[in-house]
Design a protein around this ligand. Structure first.
Ligand code: SF4
Length: 391
């Protein structure tokens, strides 16, 4: 049987150290696990706690899991496991679910980075320990349709749509690399659920780890403090032609230029759309990744105390070929096919100005000083990782 990568490491402790969320990983300790109190306060576990804190903070900094936790690579296997336990415990006791969710994404992505190149037999073993029925042979994985749907539904990348899969005998067949992405989703979903802690344990953790939890809270996106008046209802039918065309491009599963992705997020934010609504606008993108998109949308919208980045002007959009004032002959709606006279008014300089003239409400007024250097060529366009390459 052909296998990918090096021979299996099964039987060794490295598997559990790399995937500490797997059933059976406590075997790394070779002894009784410490009590919650010991793990939280006993000096014997200080090093594990230090690595656990690094795991937590790296995830809050960058939930794409791209930030290395150097201490983790140098730690003993049992310390790596305990650091994972510590992080999970602390975040399960954190007020609100945001920090735990960000950490779950980062841990799942770190696991995915490893799973992409493990031998078939290890991929199968990890899946089984996650409770996923997956058989892998010759670099191809087979998974029951229901299981596939459960794991693939939150992944919006076009290649994961059921219609694009090879089906047979009630199972879906996918390349092993794609199966590793499904397992990433299984890990994320499992870790995003808080541990069932008793109220007194939660109190103990919150008291003992108050400093860490405060730091975590500082990393979380703050509630948006809008300036410039309350948002009116979002009126997509009054959006300018350029923005409507960007939306159509994504809805049709086509690629939108980097500058267009940035513009759409910045415009929707200024028009009063919530982060959820903005993230939803990218779901059709061929390389959509929810966690990465959410991270980038938050980065764009939370800048400057919630004012967000300035959307590009008409001149800038024209220079990127994103102006649509001449009409889009392929648009399904007749009004999108025609030339828009308002866009030819000499005083029309900005897509938000267009929206306001047409009766839309701009929640946060323009502030030229907020225009970022180099925008919209910023690397923060949502829908795909900025520079780490596409998934
Ligand atoms: S003129 Fe401005 S608002 Fe109108 S389509 Fe072009 S970029 Fe958009």
């Amino acid at each position: 049987m052909a296998v990918r990568g090096p021979p299996s490491r099964l039987g060794g402790s490295a598997l559990f150290a790399d995937y500490p969320f797997l059933a059976g990983a406590e075997a790394l300790l070779g002894r009784e696990p410490p009590s919650v109190r010991e793990l939280l306060a006993d000096p014997a576990y200080e090093h594990a706690r230090m690595i656990g804190r690094a795991r937590i903070l790296a995830a809050q900094d960058d939930p794409r899991g791209a930030k290395d936790v150097e201490e983790l690579e140098r730690a003993r296997d049992d310390e790596r496991y305990l650091s994972f336990l510590f992080a999970r415990l602390v975040l399960s006791a954190a007020p609100g679910a945001g920090a735990l969710r960000r950490w779950a994404v980062a841990e799942a992505k770190r696991a995915h980075g490893r799973l992409k190149s493990v031998p078939d037999v290890d991929l199968e073993e990890v899946a089984a320990r996650l409770g996923v029925s997956l058989s892998v042979e010759g670099g191809h994985a087979s998974i029951p349709v229901a299981e596939y749907l459960r794991l693939a539904t939150p992944i919006r990348e076009a290649e994961f749509r059921l219609a694009a899969q090879e089906l047979g005998g009630g199972r879906v067949s996918v390349p092993a690399e794609r199966a590793s992405r499904l397992l990433e989703e299984a890990v994320r979903a499992a870790l995003a659920v808080p541990l069932p802690l008793a109220p007194e344990v939660i109190r103990t953790i919150r008291d003992g780890q108050a400093e860490l939890l405060e730091e975590v809270a500082r990393h979380l996106p703050a509630p948006v403090a809008r300036r410039g008046g309350p948002a009116g209802p979002l009126r997509p039918e009054r959006f300018p032609p350029c923005i409507r065309r960007m939306q159509r491009t994504l809805e049709h599963g086509e690629n939108l230029l980097h500058a267009g992705r940035f513009c759409l997020a910045a415009f929707l934010h200024r028009a009063g759309a919530s982060v959820e609504t903005i993230v939803d606008a990218y779901r059709g993108a061929p390389d959509f990744d929810e966690s990465v998109t959410r991270y980038q949308v938050e980065h764009i919208t939370l800048r400057d105390g919630g004012r967000g980045y300035e959307p590009p002007t008409c001149d800038t959009l024209r220079s990127h070929g994103l102006c649509a004032r001449d009409g889009d002959p392929e648009a399904p709606a007749p009004q999108d096919r025609a030339r828009d006279p308002l866009c030819f008014e000499p005083t029309l300089r900005h897509p938000l100005q267009y929206y306001r003239i047409r009766g839309g409400t701009v929640a946060v007024e323009r502030d030229p000083a907020a225009t970022p250097a180099g925008a919209p060529g910023t690397s923060d366009a949502p829908g795909r990782p900025p520079s780490a390459g596409r998934r």
